[in-house]
Write a protein that binds this ligand. Structure first.
Ligand SMILES: *[C@@H]1O[C@H](CO)[C@@H](O)[C@H](O)[C@H]1NC(C)=O
Ligand SMILES: *[C@@H]1O[C@H](CO)[C@@H](O)[C@H](O)[C@H]1NC(C)=O
Ligand SMILES: *[C@@H]1O[C@H](CO)[C@@H](O)[C@H](O)[C@H]1NC(C)=O
Ligand SMILES: *[C@@H]1O[C@H](CO)[C@@H](O)[C@H](O)[C@H]1NC(C)=O
Ligand SMILES: *[C@@H]1O[C@H](CO)[C@@H](O)[C@H](O)[C@H]1NC(C)=O
Ligand SMILES: *[C@@H]1O[C@H](CO)[C@@H](O)[C@H](O)[C@H]1NC(C)=O
Length: 657
C-alpha cells in the first residue's frame, strides 16, 4: 500500500517535471523578476518590466503588502513609514501586524510590513501599482527609488509617471510614486494564495530564506517571480511572496543564531564575512537540484495526500493573528435594497447584525449594560463592543467611518437597522470618555491622568484630525470635536468618535467657503466665525482641538463654570499667556490635581500652541498638520521627561529665591 502511493507520487512528479520542461511559460507565467534592470535609469530601450508588474491577476485591484526597513531618522516609526508609503489608512492594521505602536521609535533596519491598496493603472499597457506621493527634497529619481523607497519603485516608473525631466528636478515638486505590488493570478489563487507581498531583498537573502521567513514553499516564491533555482537575486529589488493569509510580524533571527536552517555551516565561519555577499539562488549543480526538488515534491505530495483539505501552501510558521477577517459576512445585496446607497455600499465591508444579535449581545439593552445616553455595552463572540442607538438614516456617519482606518478614530465594525432605528456597533473603549476623566471629580474611581497621558491623548487626537484633514480622500471636517467625543481604550489610546456632524472639507461650486444657516455645536468649542456666519472650514476642528488641549492642561470645562462667573477656556488662555507673570499664571491655570508633576517648559509650549489654535481669526490658526508636528515634538520630549528632574529643578528654584 505504502509503496503504491510512493510510486504514484513519483510518477506524478516526473510527469510534472516533463510538463515543466515543455511548457515553462504556461506554468510559471506570473510576474517577471526585475533582475537589477532598475539600475539602468538612462537606458531608454529598457524593457517594460521595470515599469511595474503586469496586470495579469484575477482581479484588477486587491489588498497587497509591501516591506520596508526602518531607516532613522526620517523613517523610524510606523506612522512615518505609513505616510511615505501612503498606507496610513491601514495604520491600525500595521500596528497589529508589526506588533509595534504607531509612534514608537523602532530600531534601524527593522522589517516593517505595510498593507497597501494595489490596482491596475488606467494606462496601456497597464501595470499593477499602489500610488504614493513624495515631495522632493534633493533626490534624483534613482536616489528616490533605490534609497528612499528602498527599491519599492524604480527610476523608470518614476520617470514614466511624472512630467519632470530627470535633469530638472527641484525641491518641493510633488511626485507620484508608483509602488510595485501585484494581485494573485488565477493559478496562485487556486493554489491558496490570497495576497502577494512585495519583499525587499537585502544582503544575505536567498529564495529559500525568504520563503522560510513567510512560511511558504520555496517553489511558490520561485514561480511567483518567474525564477529558477539558479537565478540570481539582488538587493533593493522586490520579490513577490504569495501568502495564504495576512502576514504577521517577521522575526529575523540575528545572523549568528540562524543556523537551524543550514546546519552544515562550519562553526568557525562566523557571521561578519557571510553578510557581505549578495546571496544568489541555490548555486548547486543540476543533479543535486533535481534530487532536492524530488525530495521536496515527495514530502509535499505525501503530506498533501494525508491532509486532502489543506491548501497547496503550508503556512507552518505563521502564528495566529487576531485580524478581524471574520467580521465581514456575505450578505445578498438585494435583500437590503430598501437602504440608501451609502448603507448598501457599507454592507460590503461591515458586519450587518440582526436585531436578535444585538439583543443577545446587550442583554436586551438592559440597564446594567447601558454606558451612557443611548450607548450600550455588548459582547459579540467574547469581544466587547459599544452599541449606539440612533434615530433614522445615519448612512453618512456609516459611510465616513467605513472608509476610515486609523488607530485614533473609533472603528465601526457593523450596524443593524430595525424599526426606523440604526444601531451602530463600535470598538469598545474600556476607559470611557476623556471628559469623564478630566471633569468627573465626583467619581472616586477616576484617578488623575498624568502629564504623559495627557500629552499622549492630545497627540493622538491631533494625529486623527491631521489624518481626516489631509490624508483621507475626500478630506473631512469632524465639526464636533469635544472631550466627550474622545474615547480612551484600556491603554489610554485616544479615539475620536461621533461623526454624526462630520462633513466633506470642500469648497462650494463657486470656490467660496462652505456656509450653513444651521449652526449646531457645543458651547465653548465652537469657533467664532462658525457661530457668527456659519463658516465651515477645517479650522473649526483646529479651534475645538485647541479647547480640548486647554481642558487637558487645566482640567476645567470648555465653557467654564458660568455660575461662578468663569470665562470660556479659549478666552482664559489669552489672559494667562498675555499678562505679566506668565509662569505664575500658567501654574495657577494648570490642573491642580497634577500636583506640579509636569515639565513647566513643555506645558508652556502646549499652552502657546493651544492659544494659537483658539485664535479668533481663523487665518491666524495653524493648520492641523503643523499642530500635529509641534505636538509630536512635545510628546517625544515628554516621554524623555523624568519627574525627578522637575522636582530637583523646582527645589533648587525655591531655594534660590
Ligand atoms: C511586457 O511586454 C511583454 C511582451 O511584449 C508582455 O508579455 C508583458 O506582459 C509586458 N509586461 C508588462 C508588465 O506589461
Ligand atoms: C509583541 O510585543 C510584546 C512586547 O513588546 C511581546 O511581549 C509580545 O510577545 C509580542 N507579541 C508577538 C506576537 O510577537
Ligand atoms: C495611480 O496613478 C496612475 C498614474 O500615475 C493612474 O493611472 C492610476 O489610475 C492611479 N491609481 C489610483 C488607484 O489612483
Ligand atoms: C541603493 O541603496 C542602498 C542603501 O541606501 C545603497 O547601499 C546602494 O549602494 C544603492 N544602490 C545604488 C545603485 O545606488
Ligand atoms: C525645467 O523646469 C522649469 C520650471 O519648472 C520649466 O520652466 C522648464 O521648462 C523645465 N525644463 C525642462 C527641460 O524640462
Ligand atoms: C501630492 O500629490 C498627491 C496626489 O496627487 C496629493 O494627494 C498630496 O496631498 C500632494 N502632497 C502635497 C504635499 O501637496
Amino acid at each position: 500500500m505504502e509503496s503504491a502511493i510512493s510510486l504514484y507520487a513519483l510518477s506524478s512528479f516526473f510527469s510534472f517535471l516533463l510538463l515543466l520542461l515543455h511548457q515553462p511559460r504556461l506554468l510559471l507565467s506570473q510576474q517577471a523578476y526585475v533582475n537589477n534592470k532598475q539600475l539602468a535609469c538612462d537606458d531608454t530601450t529598457n524593457d517594460n518590466l521595470t515599469e511595474g508588474f503586469a496586470c495579469n491577476g484575477l482581479r484588477n485591484s486587491c489588498r497587497s503588502y509591501v516591506t520596508f526597513r526602518s531607516n532613522p531618522p526620517a523613517y523610524a516609526s510606523l506612522v512615518s513609514v505609513s505616510y511615505l508609503l501612503n498606507s496610513q489608512p491601514y495604520i491600525a492594521e500595521m500596528t497589529s501586524i508589526n506588533n509595534l505602536t504607531d509612534v514608537e521609535p523602532v530600531a534601524s533596519d527593522t522589517l516593517i510590513i505595510a498593507p497597501v491598496d494595489c490596482a491596475c493603472t488606467s494606462s496601456s499597457p497597464s501595470y499593477y501599482q499602489h500610488n504614493a506621493s513624495y515631495v522632493l527634497k534633493s533626490e534624483t529619481y534613482m536616489l528616490l527609488a533605490n534609497d528612499t523607497y528602498q527599491g519599492l519603485t524604480t527610476c523608470q516608473a518614476l520617470m514614466a509617471q511624472n512630467p519632470y525631466d530627470a535633469r530638472n528636478l527641484t525641491k518641493g515638486l510633488n511626485l507620484t510614486v508608483p509602488v510595485r505590488c501585484a494581485c494573485p493570478t488565477a493559478t496562485q489563487s487556486s493554489a491558496g494564495a490570497r495576497y502577494l507581498l512585495a519583499y525587499l531583498v537585502t544582503w544575505g537573502d536567498d529564495i529559500s530564506s525568504i520563503a522560510e521567513m513567510f512560511g511558504v514553499s520555496e517553489k511558490s516564491v520561485l514561480d511567483a517571480n518567474e525564477l529558477t533555482e539558479k537565478s540570481t537575486i539582488y538587493p533593493f529589488t522586490p520579490i513577490l511572496v504569495p501568502l495564504p493569509k495576512e502576514p504577521t510580524k517577521i522575526v529575523t533571527a540575528p545572523p549568528p543564531a540562524s543556523p537551524p536552517a543550514t546546519p552544515s555551516v562550519p562553526a568557525g565561519n562566523n557571521s561578519g564575512s557571510s553578510k557581505k555577499w549578495v546571496f544568489v539562488g541555490v548555486g548547486v549543480g543540476g543533479g543535486v537540484l533535481v534530487i532536492a526538488l524530488a525530495l521536496w515534491f515527495f514530502c509535499y505530495y505525501s503530506q498533501k495526500r494525508k491532509q486532502p483539505r489543506s491548501s497547496g501552501l503550508t503556512p507552518k510558521k505563521f502564528s495566529e493573528t487576531s485580524t478581524t477577517d471574520d467580521t465581514t459576512v456575505p450578505v445578498k445585496g438585494s435583500s437590503y435594497s430598501g437602504f440608501s446607497s451609502g448603507v448598501r455600499d457599507a454592507i460590503e465591508t461591515l458586519t450587518v447584525y440582526t436585531y436578535q444579535d444585538l439583543q443577545a449581545a446587550t442583554g436586551f439593552f438592559s440597564e446594567e449594560n447601558k454606558i451612557k445616553g443611548s450607548v450600550y455595552r455588548g459582547v459579540f463572540k467574547n469581544d466587547d463592543a459599544a452599541v449606539k442607538v440612533l434615530k433614522g438614516d445615519v448612512s453618512s456617519e456609516i459611510n465616513i467611518l467605513r472608509q476610515i482606518n486609523h488607530s485614533n478614530i473609533i472603528r465601526l465594525s457593523g450596524f443593524c437597522v430595525h424599526e426606523g432605528n440604526t444601531y451602530l456597533v463600535y470598538e469598545y473603549a474600556e476607559n470611557g470618555s476623556l471628559s469623564d476623566w478630566l471633569h468627573s471629580k465626583k467619581f472616586e474611581s477616576y484617578s488623575v491622568l498624568s502629564w504623559k497621558q495627557r500629552v499622549q491623548v492630545a497627540y493622538h487626537i491631533a494625529d486623527a484630525l491631521n489624518y481626516l484633514h489631509n490624508y483621507t480622500n475626500p478630506p473631512y471636517i469632524h465639526k464636533n470635536l469635544k472631550s466627550s467625543n474622545v474615547l480612551l481604550d484600556a491603554n489610554f489610546r485616544a479615539m475620536v468618535a461621533n461623526f454624526g456632524l462630520a462633513r466633506l472639507a470642500e469648497h462650494n461650486e463657486e470656490g467660496g467657503l462652505q456656509m450653513t444657516r444651521h449652526v449646531v455645536g457645543t458651547q465653548g468649542y465652537m469657533a467664532p466665525e462658525y457661530i457668527e456666519n456659519g463658516v465651515i472650514t477645517p479650522k473649526l476642528d483646529v479651534f475645538a482641538f485647541g479647547v480640548v488641549m486647554l481642558e487637558l492642561l487645566s482640567g476645567r470645562e470648555a465653557a467654564g463654570d458660568s455660575k461662578n462667573g468663569e470665562e470660556m477656556l479659549s478666552a482664559a488662555i489669552k489672559r494667562v499667556l498675555d499678562g505679566d507673570n506668565v509662569r505664575e499664571n500658567l501654574r495657577a491655570f494648570i490642573d491642580a490635581s497634577l500636583k506640579n508633576d509636569y515639565p513647566l517648559d513643555l506645558a508652556f509650549s502646549t499652552a502657546e500652541l493651544a492659544k494659537r489654535c483658539v485664535a479668533s481669526d481663523l487665518n491666524a490658526r495653524p493648520e492641523m498638520a503643523e499642530v500635529f508636528i509641534t505636538l509630536s515634538k512635545i510628546f517625544y520630549s515628554s516621554l524623555d521627561w523624568d519627574p525627578s528632574d522637575e522636582l530637583d529643578r523646582s527645589q533648587s528654584m525655591s531655594r534660590g529665591r
